[in-house]
Each structure stands twice: as C-alpha cells, then as structure tokens.
Design a protein around this ligand. Structure first.
Ligand code: SAM
Ligand code: SF4
Length: 319
C-alpha cells in the first residue's frame, strides 16, 4: 500500500484497549480514564478482526499490539494468534508494561509473538511504584527473565527519561545491553496528554544522553523506518536506542499507521486527525476502498514543535 509520497505502508499498530492496570504519571490520570468509552463505541474483537484483515489484504505485514495495556483486554492472546494466522502477516509483536506478561508468556509464544517491547522506566522497586502509581516491579523483572529464558530476542526495554527521577539510572540501564539479550531504548518524554504539565526541566534530550555517555558508538541503521537512532556500549552486544519523537524526523521513511480501540485510523501519531473505520464497518461500506483512500491522505511529516500538545493521552493512542 503506497501513500502519495511513495512510502510503503506495511506496519499497523493496534491499540487493543485504552484501559491499563498501571497509572504512569506521564500517561494516565491518577483516577483512571476520565471519559470511559461506552461499550458500544469499542470495537468488538470480531470487528477488529474484520478491519485488521482488510489492512492485511491491502499489504500490511507487520502488526504491533499495544494499548493502554494490551494484555488487560479479555481475549487478547487468542486474538493475536488469529491475526498471526492471517495470510500475509509476517510478524506480530507486543508493547506491554510487563505486569501480566509472565501469566501469558507461553500462550504468546504459541500465538506467534517472537519479539517484545517492555516498558520499564526504573530498576528501583520504590521508584517503579511511584512512577506507575502502585506497580510491582518484581512481576516485570520475572517476566523479562522468563522471556529471555524462553528465547525471545531481542527484548526491547522502553524507558522514558524524566529529569531528576531516573536520569541517574542511565548507566545501570545501559549495562542491560551488555550480553545482547536486551536492547534499551530511551524515549524523550512527549509533552502530550498527562505530560503536558511536566516542567521543561524534566525533559532529557538524546543529546544530553550522548553528552553523559560519550563512549556510546553509533551503529548503522538497519531499519530506516525505525524512530530510534542506535548505538552500542564498547564491547556491548545489545543496542541502545535513542528516540526523539519530537524533533526527530523519520517521517520520510514512515511506514506505519495506527488503529485505536474505538476503530479510529490515525495516519500520524502527532496529528489529531482520525478516520472512523468503525463507522465504515458498521455501515457496511467497503473497508479496503476507504482505507486505501485514507492512506493517500497520510501527512507528509509531523509538526509537533508547532503544537502545544496533542489532546489524547498515550494510553488512547498506543505510543
Ligand atoms: N501499556 C503499554 C506500555 O506501557 O508499554 C503499552 C502502551 S504505552 C502508551 C506505550 C509507550 O508509550 C510506553 O513505553 C510509554 O512509556 C510511552 N509513553 C506514554 N506516555 C508518554 C509520553 N508522554 N512521552 C513519551 N512516551 C510515553
Ligand atoms: Fe499504562 Fe503504558 Fe500508559 Fe503506563 S505507559 S499508564 S503502562 S498505558
């Protein structure tokens, strides 16, 4: 599926739910989602399958499941397995906070998940409890250990850096990349949703990481559509990714679109524009035709620097 700038759109990120079992300070309000989505506005898994199949028939070959926390959606793992079995699907992956991961590890492997992105902002149990408002880090660490033992490789750890909170842990996090079983990716805090009120001083730029860890060695870009720039520690086998969602312009190689749990197609993470595929499906209109038309309107590039912030929180978009 090509857009009008010649980009091959082959990657779909599906948010299975906007609900989550954690309340990360920069992502979700403390008391949970303010405007809970009415049940009828959520796509059922059957509807989601129909829409996903239309995307796959149009050429989507890689699908990432995210959220909210994807594993809190009832039936998520069976759904992933069903999607993985669609002809044309090359890869299914998952972005998770890891809290329920251990419970589903074998089923996920059986469903076809070979790679995992796990969010972990700190290695300190108390700090983890604070930033996630109550999470138990031991559950995540156990899941990581077991995922490693079962051969999932690489496991990508996603860490949002917050000045004065976890930037002192950069060296410790980097050490996790030594043996090659894990990559660590530092994500700059995005001033959207809950993080819109965060002080400027809390934003740690990629340049700041490179200044503090000058020994990092740049590695050649394997995937031009990846938002991360990759480095390695000298002698380290795993990669260190730096992701700057704001100033980094990987737009020319962007190959992805997003689908929310309510069936809204988002052509660009940084745009508020959405196309209602739930309506298309429920009105019996031609999904493939309308998706193809929508792809032709995908933005050439994002302009987040011009905006105050995007109104939705990340738990609704899926990151
Ligand atoms: N719940 C899952 C998790 O935490 O991995 C999947 C969804 S979560 C929205 C996906 C990613 O978005 C996480 O790595 C999270 O840290 C990141 N994220 C959420 N809010 C963010 C923000 N304001 N700036 C940067 N990253 C953010
Ligand atoms: Fe939940 Fe992920 Fe948002 Fe944390 S970052 S509140 S785990 S959706």
């Amino acid at each position: 599926m090509r857009d009008r700038f010649g980009r091959d759109i082959n990657y779909l990120r599906i948010s299975l739910t906007d609900r989550c079992n954690l309340r990360c300070e920069y992502c979700m309000p403390e008391d949970g989602i303010k405007n809970k989505i009415p049940h009828e506005d959520m796509l059922s898994l059957e509807e989601l399958y129909e829409i996903t199949k239309a995307f796959v028939d149009l050429g989507i070959s890689k699908i990432r499941f995210t959220g909210g926390e994807p594993l809190v959606r009832y039936g998520a793992v069976e759904f992933i397995k069903k999607v993985n079995a669609l002809e044309g699907v090359r890869e299914v992956t998952l972005t998770t906070n890891g809290i329920m991961l251990n419970d589903y590890l074998d089923e996920l492997l059986d469903a076809g998940v070979k790679r995992l992105n796990i969010s972990l902002d700190t290695l300190d149990p108390e700090k983890y409890k604070k930033i996630t408002r109550g999470g138990d880090i031991h559950r995540v660490l156990t899941a990581i250990e077991n995922a490693r033992a079962k051969g999932i490789k690489p496991i990508k750890i996603n860490t949002v850096l917050i000045g004065g909170f976890n930037d002192d842990e950069i060296p410790k996090m980097l050490e996790m990349t030594r043996d090659g079983s894990m990559d660590v990716r530092f994500i700059e805090l995005m001033p959207i949703g809950e993080a819109a009120g965060f002080a400027k001083s809390k934003f740690i730029s990629n340049e700041e990481i490179l200044r503090r860890v000058p020994q990092l060695v740049a590695v050649e870009r394997e995937d031009p559509s990846s938002p991360a720039t990759y480095y390695r520690l000298p002698g380290g086998k795993g990669k260190v990714g730096l992701i700057n969602p704001i100033s980094c312009k990987f737009c020319t190689n962007c190959n992805r679109v997003r689908l929310t749990a309510t069936g809204k197609l988002k052509l660009c993470l940084h745009s508020n524009r959405e196309i209602d595929l739930k309506k298309v499906l429920r009105e019996g209109r031609d999904l493939q035709e309308e998706i193809s038309e929508a792809i032709l309107t995908k933005e050439e590039e994002h302009h987040l620097e011009d905006q105050e912030y995007i109104s939705r929180n990340m738990n609704q978009i899926g990151g």
